[in-house]
Design a protein around this ligand. Structure first.
Ligand SMILES: *Cc1c(COP(=O)(O)O)cnc(C)c1O
Length: 242
């Protein structure tokens, strides 16, 4: 595909996606400007991000540090671009992340809070942090963190305090991926309740990052403020992604 054909394709996809988001907001009785779109560009080239930036998008999601760091360097000249790191974070990647990320979506353990805080302090930057909540009841009871994706709901409060107390981190809200094979409305409603509880003590933690290509309507209905959309905007990913 020639570069301009790809640009046209992305413009068309964005148009369709915009209609879908607007319809879901209307159905949920929410203003469109309460829902922000994060374009998940993992596996796609930096040139796609440049096209989407031309079309007005400013928020981009990546889930692997190596890939994201290269794209961030390549696109350093683009105005107002904000990188959302949406993948699991290894503590040895924090120094790299702290150089380009604006928002880290998957903060799920105390050790990671300390590592991110150290890294951001050293880089002289602040990082917005979201607590990823594991909404799968079976998995979130598992004591082995490697078997989970996100913090157990019972651990969210103490993580929120740790992030809020950190020097270089700002507690921005919560994030979740709906467990596979269940109606996403139930887990997303639970995420909204957890967000309510956190905001009692941390009023500025207003972000709810939920909803992907397949379940954005349910997320918007439940109150999501940030959608993470890949496939519906960029097409299917040809290469396997973690
Ligand atoms: C890849 C990814 C997405 C985007 O998923 P799509 O189904 O392609 O829209 C959203 N969130 C996370 C955490 C991801 O890793």
């Amino acid at each position: 595909m020639t570069p301009s054909r790809r640009g046209e394709e992305l413009a068309r996809n964005l148009d369709e996606l915009e209609h879908r988001i607007a319809a879901a907001c209307l159905a949920a009785g929410r203003p469109r400007d309460q829902v922000k779109l994060i374009a998940v560009t993992k596996t796609f080239p930096a040139s796609d991000i440049a096209f989407l930036h031309d079309l007005g998008l400013r928020d981009f999601g990546e889930n692997r540090d190596q890939e994201a760091a290269v794209k961030a360097a390549e696109l350093a000249g683009l105005i107002d671009l904000r990188w959302h790191f949406i993948g699991a974070v290894q503590t040895n990647k924090c120094a790299s992340l702290a150089r380009y990320a604006g928002v880290v979506h998957a903060v799920d353990r105390q050790r990671l809070v300390r590592a991110l805080d150290d890294a951001a302090s050293r880089a002289g930057r602040r990082l917005d942090c979201l607590i990823q909540v594991d909404l799968d009841p079976d998995r979130s009871r598992n004591p082995d963190p490697a078997a989970r994706s996100g913090a157990a709901p019972a651990d969210v409060e103490s993580l929120a305090h740790a992030i809020a107390a950190a020097r270089a981190l700002d507690l921005a809200g919560v994030m979740a991926v709906a467990p596979l094979g269940v109606d996403p409305r139930e887990p997303f409603a639970m995420l909204a309740r957890i967000s309510d509880e956190i905001r009692h003590q941390h009023p500025s933690a207003t972000m709810i990052s939920a909803g992907m290509s397949g379940d954005m309507e349910a997320a918007i209905e439940a109150g999501a403020t940030h959608l993470r959309v890949g496939t519906a905007l960029l097409g299917s990913r040809r290469h396997a992604v973690r």
